[in-house]
Structures are given as structure tokens and as C-alpha cells.
Design a binder for this molecule. Structure first.
Ligand code: ZN
Length: 74
């Protein structure tokens, strides 16, 4: 039984990585950060926006309920 010793190649540098590795599937924390950096810098194409700005604006402009200042039971 050697299934625990599966290996994959690091997506960043193609080094073989053990499946039990702490940074799996990356060979190191550095390679993980590099891969994340690709995403945030737009190297990968994102087909659709995650959040629509209009939706956020709509939430912001929700009409406020007036506070119950008038205490008639005074
Ligand atoms: Zn790597």
C-alpha cells in the first residue's frame, strides 16, 4: 500500500511533491504564493465578475427606517 506516497507536480515549478506535504500541491510556500500572485495579477482570465458594483451600490443606498423618536407613551 503506497497510496499515501502519491506525488503531484508543483503547478508553479513542476517539482514532484508528496501528497502529504504541508504545502501540497505546491512544493513550497513560495510556489503557492507565486501561483496566488498569478491569479490576483490577472494572469488567469476570469470570465465573469465576482461581484457586480451596481449590486453593492444598491445595498448601500437602502432607505433607512426612521428611528422611533416619537415616544407617544411618554
Ligand atoms: Zn514549486
Amino acid at each position: 500500500m503506497t497510496e499515501k506516497n502519491q506525488t503531484l507536480r508543483c503547478p508553479t515549478c513542476r517539482t514532484l511533491v508528496l501528497a502529504g506535504s504541508e504545502d501540497f500541491p505546491f512544493c513550497s510556500d513560495r510556489c503557492r504564493l507565486i501561483d496566488l500572485g498569478k491569479w490576483s495579477s490577472g494572469a488567469y482570465r476570469i470570465s465573469s465578475p465576482i461581484l457586480d458594483p451596481d449590486v453593492l451600490e444598491g445595498l448601500d443606498n437602502q432607505p433607512r427606517r426612521p428611528d422611533d423618536d416619537e415616544d407617544t407613551s411618554h
